[in-house]
Design a protein around this ligand. Sequence first.
Ligand code: GLA
Length: 391
Amino acid sequence: MKYDRQVDTALTELAELFQQRYGHAPTLLSRAPGRLEILGNHTDYNDGTVLSVAIDRAARIAAAPNPEAKDGMLCRLYDIKGRSTREFRLDDLDNRRRGDWANYIKGLVVEFNLQGFKVPAFDAMVTGDVPLSAGMSSSAALEMCMGLILDRLSDARLTWLELAKIGQGCENNYVGAHTGLLDQISSLKGKAGQLIYSDFRSFEVQNVPMPAGTVFVVANSMVKHNLTNEYNERREACEEAARILGVKALRDVTPEQLEERKADLPEVVYRRAKHVVGEIARVAAGQAALANGDLDRFGQLMTESHESSRHNFENSCPEIDTLVEIGRTLPGFLGARISGGGFGGISVHLVKTESAQAYCEQLGAFYQKRSGICSRPMILSAADGAAIWEN
Ligand code: GLA
C-alpha cells in the first residue's frame, strides 16, 4: 500500500527526519504495536492458548536501501528516542553487544539469511513509544516493524506466521531469550477494539471483541525485567514436567491429570506445571465468560492468574503484587495480574470505563505512598496490528 501522510503523524515526521539525516527519501515505512498479555501466562511455548491485545503504543521505522554502501554491505541505523547511531556490515553480523537495541535488527538479518533471503544494505531510522523492558514487548514491536521492512527489501514475501517465527528466531538464537511466539503474533494480528485469541499448537488466531464497558489500565512497576536467565529456567522446568509426564507439551495435560501425577514431579516442577496447566484452563474459561458477557468472572480469572504467578510460577515481584493489591480496593476494579514474562514489568487491570480515569490516579498515588516509586498508570486501547507502506 502507498503511504498517505494522514495515516500517522509520527511516521510522517519520521520520514522527514530520515530524509534530512540520510539525504534520500525512505522507500518503506512501517509500524508495529506492543502488546499486553491478558490471560495465559507462559503458555505459548507449552503449545497452549493466550488472550492478548495489541496496544496503541508502537515501534515505527523509515527505511531504504543504502545508496552509499559501495560494496553493498554497510547498514546504518539511527534511534531517535535514544539518539544513538549504529552501523554494521552484512558480512560481519556475529558481533552482538549485550543489551544493545541493534541486536534485534542484526539478529533478524541473520534469520532472513538463514531462510535463504538476501538482505541488501539499508538505512533505517527507528522510533517508538512502547515503554522499554516493561513487559509490553517493545522488542517484538521492533522486530515485527523491522521484519516487515526486511521482508520487502529482500523480496521474501513471508506469511505472518513465518515472519513471527523469524522474530522468535532472533530472540532465541541471537539475543539468547528462549521466548515463545506470543509477542510477535500479538503485534501482527491485533485489531482495534479487539482481543487476540491464539492457539500455539494449531496457530489458529481469532479476534474477539473487548469486554463491553471496560478498558485496560496498565501500571509500570518500574522494576526492569530482563528475560533471559529466569525465563529460560522456567521454560526448562515446563519441559521437564512434560518429559516426566510423558506428553509432548503441557498443553496435553488437564489440571486433574496433573494432580493425579503430582507425586511423580519434583515440588518446584509441579508448581511450574500447575501454573501453565491452570492458565490454559483459565483461557478457556475466559473465552466462555467473554461469550456470556460475564465481566466479573473474566476479571476474577485475571486475578486468579496473578495468584498463580505469585505462588506457583514465582514470576511476580513485591512491587507488582502491591499494584494488584491496591487495584482490588479501587472502584471499577474487575481483575488484575502481572502481564508478560514477569520478574518486574507491568500489571494489567481490567477496569470499568467510567471509573478508569480516577482508578489510574488513585493507583499511581497509593503505589507511590506504599513503595516510594513514581509510576503513571495509563489507559491503553486495543489497536490494529503491524503494517507497512511504500513511500
Ligand atoms: C514473554 C515472551 C512470550 C511469553 C510471555 C509469557 O513475553 O516473549 O513468548 O512466553 O513472556 O507469557
